[in-house]
Each structure stands twice: as structure tokens, then as C-alpha cells.
Write a protein that binds this ligand. Structure first.
Ligand code: M6R
Length: 599
């Protein structure tokens, strides 16, 4: 996730764009840049935040575009910072999202000079080609958009044109209507001090901003995107109107998942492309995987264990990174060590991966953070592309980790021949449905909030689940305890009767995963055990018939073995609302840090 802003009007363009970028820093902050457009284009950009860049004073006729970056292609550096330009230096482009076919597009741009490792840079060069054919800026951009695949929002400026062009496809872009000029931005946060009148662009929209305001096109036709008045204030801005980052990040999950999957899944062929450097030979030669991770990432690892075992025929051990040891007699050549870490900086995980490396085990990282320490130490990295997560509680990174690991499992299975193309295709179909399934759960937030109100004052909360339900039970309990400070435990459903059942009373709500992929019929007998001790049961299922066996049922869409990870989103909301009712410091819970860099 990156932040885009642009301005064309009578105001101080440079100042307004720089302010917009500061406001958008919560979307990414590893590099920043501004293109000041007039009769020529001047670009000011570097690694770090906008504060580190010396910008010129604005000329009255100047306008421009700016960007604050969260890397997806190419590490944070001056050369990878946006805006990117074409060979003539007359076109500047900023971009949020992923151009999934950029390799193919780049191959067509023979003779063009590329200066960065980004996917974005193909765009100004493609526009350059169109302009060379004598086409005007707007149709040139439209033609280029027809060739782009992936999810993106872009802003384009051209020397001497007095126009800013923006476009949106699966990535947000809004137009701000100010008194003295027009703004373009990833979200309202960028310009809320200047105007509260906003047009929300829709997928496929292209906006042409000139001195007289903005015109929006879709499919070549002018469309009306009626300005709406924003009700919230500047101080709420980086949370985009949400009370907490955690709440915002929970709601960003459909978008995060789209980014995770973008350009990687060929559902029809049952294939996955992760651009892995680790060769097929290695995946064919191993017979086991050691996953090392902590906290939420460890729970994603437990989920992945089942996916790997089902789809790639690999035997998987998942270790809490702080407990990872390599035993005598272990054969490193048959093993792949996988570090799961959203930050890429967790000391325990780094230490575990170093242990694996020290005996010659090949290593892979699954992380959210380009350029993080783990990426520099492992043999290969797969990014989860969830965008920056500010709340200490991991939410969107968990679902993106699970989705990414599902893709790794299918890829390994196809390479190893343990899964047919048709089985892979049908599983990938449900993986592709994750964004809409998660959105469906988010739409039922009012139900979950009511349940939170009903049980918020309970003594303790138990979460139970079998199979894929077990990691979700552990993860949901972790979420509730870390932000509400209430006692919560997750158990394999069948374990209750071996001890924890002694703690169950009518004051202990039991949250039961009864979805697909959780052997729900067996968990139902555990539900009966706790109900007969007076505990209220909150079930999660895609089968509405389960409501007659539970005090409350949270319904989730049918998703096969990905159903529990979708149910997890409902339990993030449950944790959030319990903590909110108790007035906890949700984004920065006591004693915890976002990135744990000590062992
Ligand atoms: O950055 P990492 O994924 O390596 O972090 C691991 C844990 O510290 C982290 O998942 C922690 O458990 C979460 N903040 C819990 O919400």
C-alpha cells in the first residue's frame, strides 16, 4: 500500500502536495517523492519520508503529483522512490498497487532506459510510446490502462499540458474539490484540511483534472461521480474515519487480500506464480518443511501445515521460533526452513532461521516488509503484500499470510506432482473468493458488536476448534487477550475434557469453530460438554442450521478449508468490540510492541 497525492490549482502546489504526503504516511513511509510539473517536470525523491526532501518554492503555474511508498517491487531506495519518468523526462507517474504483467510489458519496451526495479516504471514508458504516435495525454493514458493487469491507482503529469490524469482499478483513488484547485489522492486524508468535498472513483474510472476542475470517464464515456461531503475531521484522518488503526486494518482485509493474490493465480490452469528464485529442483528434492514463527505468524504457520500436508505431500513441523532446535540426525538437504514474520525483524524468528542456515538448510521468508532483515538473510522471499499494519494486533497480515502460504502449498504441490491441475484449480477458486467472503463477514459487524456487548463482562473466554479450526481458535484467543486484557484461551476442541473443562462455568463463553475444515460434527460433542456445564456457546458456521445448538451463531460464507480463516475475521471484530467497550488502548496495548526485536 502506498499513498498518492496530486494537486492542480491556484494554491501553493508544492506545499499542498508535501502536506498531503505527510498525511498519507500511515500508508507507507519507506521512500517519498514529488514531481513538480510546469513547462518541464522536476522530480525530487529519496528513501525515507517526505520530511527529508528539500523541495523548491512553488511557481504560480506549477502543479504536481507526490507519492509515499511501501515497497512491493524493489527495496526502499532513492531510485525506486516514485515518481518515475519516461526517457524524455516529460512524463511523471506515481502508482499504488501492483502491475502484475509488468515483465511482459517491459519486454515490449525495447530501447527504453529503465532506472528502477519497480513495476511502475513501465507506465511512463508506455505513455511515452503512445505520445510518440501523436496521441494526446488522456487517450494515451487510456490506451496504456487497457494493457495493464493487476490492481492499481495511478497519477500522471506531463510537462506543458496543464493536466493531471488519474485512474483506478482495485485500488482507491479520490478527487477532492477545493475552492482554489483540484486534488487527487489515495484517500481523503491527503487533503482534508483543504476540502471536505470528495468524489470517490470507481474501478475503471479515469479522471482528467484541468484548471476548470475534474472530468471522470469510464469506458470512454463521461460519468457523474457526485461530490460527497466528508463528516470527519483532520485529527481522524490517518485512521480514515475509524476510531482505531486496528478497526481500519480489519476493514482493509478485502483489499489486502486482493493485493496478496494479484497476478499470482491462474485459476483455470490450476497454477501459481510466486516469482520464486528457489528452483523447482529444490522443491522436488525436499520431503519436509520446518516453519519458524512467533505469535500470530506462528498461528498462520499452523494453518499452513495442514495446507502443505494436503496439497504438497510435505511433512511439516511448526515451531515457535524461540523454541526452535535442530536435532541430531536431521538432514538439512531434505528440508526447507520457512520463516513467517510480518515485520521481518522479529529477533526470535531471525535467530531460528540463522540456526537452520548454520547447518545448511535452504531458507524462505514469508513477510510483509520489503528490505527487512529477514529478507537479507534468507535464500528467497515471498511477500504477503498486505500494506503497512500500524495496530500492534496483527489482523490483515494474518489473513494475507494464510493466503500467501496457500499459494506456496499449491505451487509446491504442482511442482512435486502431488496435486492435479483440476484439484489445484478448484482450491484456487476458493482462495480467489477470499476478498469477497471476508467482505461479507465485515458486513455483519453489527451482529458481532451486539454479541460483544452481551458477553464483554465474562470471567474468561474459551475458543475451541479442530483441524483448521485449531489455529484460528489460538489466534482468536490471542487477539482477545492482547487488546482487551481479559483471560482468553484457545484449545483443540477435543482437549477440553482432558483438563480445561474444570474451568468452564456459565461465566465462560465458549466460541466454537463449526465451519468447514474443522470436523464440526465432532466439535459438536465438545459443544454439548460445555453447554451441560452452563457455558454459553457462540458458534461460527456457514450452516445456519447450527443456530439451534448455540446461544449465538455467527454465519460465514461457504469457503471449504479456507472457511476458518474467514471466520477469524469475525473473531477479530469480536475482540475489537470487547476491548473497545472496556476502553482499552487498542492500537498500543500495554506491555506490547509491534516489532519484537529482542530475544
Ligand atoms: O512481525 P512478526 O510477524 O514476526 O511478529 C510476531 C509476533 O510478535 C506478532 O505476530 C504478535 O503475536 C502480534 N502482534 C499479535 O497480534
Amino acid at each position: 500500500m502506498c499513498g498518492i497525492t496530486g494537486y492542480l490549482g491556484d494554491g501553493d502546489s508544492v506545499e499542498l502536495i508535501a502536506q498531503g504526503l505527510k498525511n498519507l504516511e500511515y500508508r507507507g513511509y519507506d521512500s517519498a517523492g514529488v514531481a513538480v510539473v510546469d513547462d518541464d517536470v522536476n522530480v525530487y525523491k529519496q528513501e525515507g519520508t517526505i520530511d527529508g526532501i528539500t523541495l523548491p518554492d512553488s511557481e504560480p503555474t506549477a502543479y504536481g503529483i507526490g507519492h509515499t511508498r511501501w515497497s512491493t517491487h524493489g527495496p526502499p531506495s532513492d531510485r525506486n522512490a516514485h515518481p518515475h519518468t519516461d526517457c524524455t523526462g516529460d512524463i511523471a507517474v506515481v502508482h499504488n498497487g501492483i502491475i502484475s504483467n509488468y515483465h511482459e510489458l517491459k519486454a515490449d519496451l525495447d530501447g527504453h532506459i529503465f532506472e528502477s526495479d519497480t513495476d511502475t516504471e513501465v507506465i511512463p514508458h508506455l505513455i511515452e510510446e503512445e505520445l510518440a504516435d501523436g496521441v494526446d495525454l488522456l487517450p494515451a493514458v487510456q490506451r496504456v490502462l487497457d494493457r495493464l493487469e493487476g490492481s492499481f491507482a495511478i497519477g500522471v503529469g506531463q510537462a506543458g499540458s496543464e493536466r493531471l490524469i488519474g485512474a483506478r482499478q482495485d485500488s482507491p483513488l479520490v478527487v477532492g474539490h477545493g475552492e482554489d484547485g483540484t486534488f487527487l489522492a489515495s484517500d481523503v486524508t491527503a487533503f482534508i484540511e483543504q476540502t471536505k468535498f470528495v468524489s470517490y472513483l470507481e474501478d475503471g474510472d479515469v479522471v482528467d483534472v484541468g484548471v476548470d476542475g475534474a472530468t471522470v470517464y469510464n469506458d470512454g464515456e463521461v460519468v457523474d461521480r457526485e461530490p460527497q461531503e466528508i463528516k470527519w475531521d483532520a485529527e481522524d484522518t490517518s485512521k480514515a474515519g475509524h476510531d482505531h488503526y486496528m478497526h481500519k486494518e480489519i476493514h482493509e482485509q478485502p483489499h489486502a487480500l486482493r493485493q496478496t493474490l494479484s497476478g499470482r493465480v491462474d485459476e483455470t490452469a490450476g497454477k501459481v506464480d510466486l516469482e520464486l528464485d528457489l528452483g523447482d529442483e529444490l522443491l522436488e528434492g525436499i520431503d519436509r518443511v520446518h516453519i519458524v514463527a512467533c505469535g500470530t505468524s506462528y498461528h498462520a504457520g499452523l494453518y499452513a501445515k495442514r495446507l502443505f500436508e494436503t496439497y504438497s505431500g510435505l511433512s511439516v513441523e511448526v515451531s515457535r521460533a524461540s523454541e526452535y532446535r535442530v536435532h541430531d540426525g536431521h538432514d538439512p538437504e531434505n528440508t526447507l526452513a520457512v520463516a513467517i514474520t510480518q515485520s521481518g525483524e522479529t529477533a526470535d524468528t531471525l535467530s531460528a532461521i540463522r540456526t537452520a542456515k548454520s547447518i545448511g538448510t535452504p531458507t524462505l521468508a514469508v513477510t510483509n516488509t520489503v528490505g527487512s532483515t529477514v529478507t537479507r538473510e534468507v535464500d528467497d522471499t515471498v511477500y504477503i503484500r498486505a500494506g503497512p499494519e500500524i495496530g500492534v494486533a496483527a489482523t490483515k497480515t494474518f489473513v494475507s499470510q494464510v493466503a500467501t502460504l496457500a499459494l506456496v502449498a499449491v505451487h509446491a504441490g504442482r511442482v512435486r506432482g502431488t496435486i492435479s491441475a483440476s484439484k489445484a484449480a478448484s482450491f484456487l477458486q476458493s482462495v480467489n473468493q477470499l476478498p469477497s467472503a471476508v467482505q461479507e463477514v465485515l458486513n455483519s459487524e453489527a451482529v458481532i458488536e451486539r454479541i460483544a456487548e452481551k458477553y464483554a463482562d465474562s470471567e474468561s473466554f474459551f475458543f475451541i476448534g479442530k483441524a483448521y479450526g485449531h489455529p484460528v481458535a489460538l489466534e482468536s484467543a490471542l487477539k482477545l487477550k492482547e487488546i482487551s486484557y481479559e483471560h482468553a484461551e484457545g484449545f483443540p476442541a477435543g482437549e477440553l475434557k482432558h483438563g480445561p473443562l474444570a474451568l468452564v462455568t456459565e461465566q465462560t463463553p465458549v466460541i466454537a469453530l463449526l465451519t468447514e475444515g474443522t470436523e464440526a460434527a465432532e466439535t459438536m460433542s465438545n459443544v454439548k460438554e460445555v453447554q451441560s456445564r452452563g457455558a454459553p456457546v457462540i458458534g461460527l458456521s456457514s450452516d445456519s442450521g447450527k443456530s439451534e445448538f448455540c446461544e449465538e451463531l455467527i454465519e460465514v460464507p461457504e469457503m471449504g478449508e479456507m472457511e476458518p480463516v474467514v471466520a477469524n475475521v469475525a473473531l477479530q471484530l469480536l475482540a475489537y468490540h470487547v476491548a473497545d467497550l472496556k476502553g482499552r488502548a487498542i492500537d498500543k496495548p500495554r506491555n506490547l510492541a509491534k516489532s519484537v526485536t529482542v530475544e
